[in-house]
Design a protein around this ligand. Structure first.
Ligand SMILES: *Cc1c(COP(=O)(O)O)cnc(C)c1O
Length: 305
């Protein structure tokens, strides 16, 4: 359950949490035509707080809107500042930030006409997305019977609300059968990504991840690629198949929500020794040091609250 906070930012102002309501005729509610972001703020070792790669997330929000063809009625700087303002209004030293751009009420057809474009920013405390245990011991995943979006059916580079019905179908199927998360294949049958996470495998010390074609261009994925390169780990962005995933020494998911989550089992087959592998452990540990301000080298990624 999302823990109730004091304030929610809506269309330019902070309003009381309980007042942040929308009408049933809200266009996005019916057709999923809207865009959003998922961002995390961490408390650093010195007690201060910093938002991780906030500028990159806001830039992606505007790219998602551009791809969808939605004009956001605020500037990037305005939304950037509003995210921090919302965190401060809720006294959140650490938490999750969810900006959402949606189409309000007016006409009801698929064409949204001149319905107002609305923006809201919600913040709340959110610990490990898949649980603390998952971060340590890894999770069990299942190859989904649902295929990831074809690049010309949905816009895979945009966090468009409606895209996530595909994710919900895959996630519910996996969880319903006793797994923690789903891995979806692309329309050609290659490994794509999770319901809201990018996927990496390790084989003989080399790191491999799906190229950007069918997947969401994850900011955590980008961060891990850079951290791995800087740590002397060889990285490639190459398509791979489910059997290569089964035979990997290590595998893990990345995402703002999932952070760096090890995968210990795919389709009931242990990955490596079925425990968090050394490369995953190392990257996960550096990642958490980076987001909590313990690595000077990556300070440019932190936006002080
Ligand atoms: C948001 C998201 C990710 C992860 O992206 P981050 O920028 O790392 O949070 C991966 N896949 C999908 C489908 C997503 O929606």
């Amino acid at each position: 359950m999302v823990e109730k906070m004091e304030k929610i930012w809506m269309d330019g102002e902070l309003i009381d949490w309980d007042e942040a309501k929308v009408h049933i005729l809200t266009h996005t509610f019916h057709y999923g035509f809207g865009v959003f972001e998922g961002i995390r703020c961490y408390q650093c070792h010195d007690g201060s707080s910093a938002v991780f790669r906030l500028g990159d997330h806001i830039e992606r929000l505007f790219h998602s809107a551009l791809i969808a063809g939605i004009e956001i009625p605020f500037s990037e700087e305005g939304i950037f500042e509003a995210c921090k303002e919302t965190l401060r209004a809720n006294d959140l030293a650490e938490g999750y930030i969810r900006p959402i751009v949606f189409v309000g009420e007016g006409v009801m057809g698929v064409h949204p006409g001149d319905n107002p474009i609305r923006v809201s920013i919600i913040t709340w405390p959110w610990g490990a997305y898949l649980g603390e245990e998952a971060l340590k011991k890894g999770i069990r995943v299942k190859i989904s019977s649902f295929t990831r979006h074809h690049v010309n059916v949905m816009m895979t580079k945009a966090k468009i609300c409606g895209n996530y019905v595909n994710s919900v179908l895959a996630k519910r199927e996996a969880v319903g059968r006793g797994y923690d998360e789903a891995v979806m294949l692309d329309t050609e049958g290659y490994v794509s990504e999770g319901s809201g996470e990018n996927l990496f495998i390790v084989r003989k010390g080399r790191l491999k991840t799906t190229p950007l074609t069918s997947i969401l261009d994850g900011i955590t994925r980008d961060s891990v690629l850079r951290i791995a390169g800087d740590s002397g780990i060889e990285t490639t962005e190459e398509k791979f198949t489910r059997d290569e995933l089964y035979a990997a020494d290590e595998a893990f998911f990345t995402g703002t929500a999932a952070e760096v989550t090890p995968i210990r089992e795919v389709d009931d087959r242990a990955i490596g020794d079925g425990v968090t592998g050394p490369v995953t452990r190392k990257l996960q540990s550096i990642f958490f040091d980076v987001v909590r301000g313990r690595k000077k080298k990556y300070e440019e990624w932190l936006d002080p609250l």
